[in-house]
Design a binder for this molecule. Sequence first.
Ligand code: NI
Length: 139
Amino acid sequence: MAQLVRFGVSMDAELLAAFDEVIADRGYANRSEAIRDIVRDTIVRADWQGDDKPTVAALCVVYDHHAPDLSRRLASIQHEHTDEIVAALHVHLDAHDCLETIVLRGAPSLLRRLSDQIISTKGVKHGQLLATGAGPRLG
Ligand code: NI
């Protein structure tokens, strides 16, 4: 088990009260758990600003599969990036729209470029990259 370190934090009382209110609304059991999540989020954001640590992400796109040539183009992009694409989930939302969640792994700049390429493909209605992270650095 990892070594646990305790440390003290000085903070304005009003700021702490506002923080306690927010974390209670979100369902945190205590400040420590909320602060651990903030620290992890800070590390994930820093990793995405750099480019030296491989990371993970989920790209979610919605598109009309009737758009000319779109399904073939999206499949083609994915077949060109089998090293970065771990898995894909395809849901037929209704008679027209499809939702795809594509799980990515690799260098942040590469994942961003791949995500931009997919989202900017003509006919994709909406797309969003969830840049996240994993591994021992997150505790
Ligand atoms: Ni579909």
